[in-house]
Design a protein around this ligand. Sequence first.
Ligand code: FMN
Length: 236
Amino acid sequence: SRTARPTLQFSENQETSPARMDGSSAEVAKVKRAKTVLTVAAISGSLRRASANAGLIRAAAKMCEESIPGLQIDHVDISDLPLLNTDLEDVDGNAFPAAVEEFRDRVRGADCFLFASPEYNYSISGPLKNALDWGSRPPNVWADRAGAIVSASGKSGGKRSAYHIRQVGVFLDIHFINKPEGFVSAHHPQSKFNGDGNLIDPETGELLRKILLSLRAFALRLIHGNDSAANSGQGS
Ligand SMILES: Cc1cc2nc3c(=O)[nH]c(=O)nc-3n(C[C@H](O)[C@H](O)[C@H](O)COP(=O)(O)O)c2cc1C
């Protein structure tokens, strides 16, 4: 028998709790999550045309299509988002600017998240933090979903930015997989990406696959309880 999904308790204080969701979107999300194919909203923290992190997302999308049943990638472009400014909210009857509204819809409709982001100066890339912040505005659209982080960065592999994404995710109520950790030194000792930012390193591909399998198992556990993860063969 399946374990019932626990009811989440949200604070009524919008200022201190972006985890608050409105009832209707929670209902829609619940129905959607009964599907067998989970949608992964995948966000690149780099806006570069030949971004290695966007390349990781393209590789993940191909992998899901070809050999990871039950997962499909929705590559969500964040380059059109304005810089966060709450003066842009509730203008002319619109809660948010159109690009923000579309972004929030895609996030709200996803079953889980994949963040692929470079480390910038020991922390989260500015574009990704901006996107996280727009999604956090009440009602928070990130809440109560599984997430995974990969980073194609400098020699560090992006560890510090990944831990900062986790820290922000605590407040947004995103539940991250713990392992495997997705630290990729994009260009050391040799480049793992070609000039278009496409992944050319099989070992990194294998790591990415393990991360996606772990994300699928954890997302299923959050949605249906432990039984479903055990049945998917990814329970351990
Ligand atoms: C402003 C800036 C700051 C950076 N800071 C770091 C850093 O702190 N640690 C690191 O490992 N790499 C750092 N890098 C290197 C990028 O993480 C690396 O080039 C990454 O592959 C870029 O991702 P992309 O190919 O998806 O654009 C920095 C790059 C830029 C542009």
